[in-house]
Ligand binder design. Structure first.
Ligand code: PBG
Ligand code: ZN
Length: 322
């Protein structure tokens, strides 16, 4: 067999491509801050900005015109406390942001990250006991309460990223009991305790003030354990499964794809993005490394990619079509 016979002609190569990317595969993360007149580049994430709500219109319009399916919102509140009260406040930054985006652009999917670490003064993803441990069951109730406040504001999908046990079940019950049985849950099911989140924690001011997240996020030594996490979240009625980070965890994506019939999302996280952007800026690698990396996620089995590259990649795909 001469494998090169099918590689000589560019059209033939194109014809037999097994995987492709399109703008609709993407979800773009947005960081919302309080105040007015703010559109400020995030130092740890080149080309990504903090937006105050009055500056959002143009950005959202651009995202929609590029054909990107949706945005996932992260809020940075002015006020933080032990209970993360701004996370479920009716006039919190996310609740106001969702109402604003849905009123201006009803056709864009608005997904909300549901967690407490951006809202607690200690930076952990939940409520702490005296020893500084995150209490699972109380935190799950808070997470459900936050998710409900997002649904009430008009969120299309809620995405819990806290990694508490049973939080999908808690959210589902609370949403159903309040008439939101049609709001899907996109669960961060296999979320690993990873150094790849570094640039995000700077952007969201959400690094834990002590300790780490290893008692709730997954241990990266383990792959099979991820299948258990996914199985439990599906039993609790999760509609989408997120695996996070993406690139160093594509084996997990492939395993989940083989074992479950569900909607698989990967989160191409901040550290993965910033490493590539910096390497490109320094001329170490060609820009096409972005496309190659995103294709690798599709090849492993992801359907949907949450990525800071969404806008630039969608722009590229659009240019190529013309
Ligand atoms: C909140 C949350 C984090 C990310 C998404 N949601 C940070 C963390 O768990 O510390 C990371 C996203 C990224 O790195 O791009 N729990
Ligand atoms: Zn968190």
């Amino acid at each position: 067999m001469r494998m090169r016979r099918i590689r000589n002609n560019p059209l033939m190569r194109k014809m037999i491509e097994e995987n492709s990317l399109s703008a609709k595969d993407f979800i773009y993360p947005l960081f919302l801050v309080e105040g007015e007149g703010i559109k400020k580049e995030i130092p740890s994430l080149p080309g990504v900005y903090h937006f105050s709500l009055d500056q959002l219109d143009q950005e959202i319009k651009e995202i929609e015109e590029l054909g990107i399916s949706g945005v996932i919102l992260f809020g940075i509140p002015d006020h933080k406390d032990a209970k993360g009260s701004q996370a479920y406040a009716e006039d919190g930054i996310i609740q106001r942001g969702v109402r604003k985006i849905k009123s201006l652009h009803p056709n864009l999917l608005v997904i909300t990250d549901v967690c407490m670490c951006e809202y607690t003064d200690h930076g952990h993803c939940g409520i702490l006991d005296e020893e500084g441990q995150v209490i699972n069951d109380i935190t799950s109730q808070y997470i459900a309460k936050i998710a409900l406040s997002h649904a009430k504001a008009g969120a299309d999908i809620v995405a819990p990223s806290d990694m508490m046990d049973f939080r999908v079940r808690e959210i589902r019950h609370l949403l159903d009991n309040n008439g939101f049985e049609n709001v899907p849950i996109m669960a961060y099911s296999a979320k690993f305790a990873s150094s790849y989140y570094g640039p995000f924690r700077q952007a969201a001011d959400s690094a834990p003030s002590f300790g780490d997240r290893k008692s709730y996020q997954m241990d990266f030594h383990n792959g099979r354990e991820a299948l258990r996490e996914v199985e439990l979240d599906l039993e609790e009625d999760a509609d989408f499964i997120i695996i996070k980070p993406a690139l160093a965890y594509l084996d997990v994506v492939k395993d989940v794809k083989e074992h479950f019939n569900t909607n698989i999302v990967v989160y191409n996280v901040s550290g993965e993005y910033s490493m590539l952007k910096n390497a490109i800026q320094q001329g170490l690698v060609n820009e096409s490394i972005i496309y190659e990396s995103l294709i690798a996620m599709k090849r492993a089995g992801a359907q949907i990619i949450i990525t800071y590259h969404a806008k630039e990649m969608a722009r590229k795909l659009k240019e190529e079509k013309q």
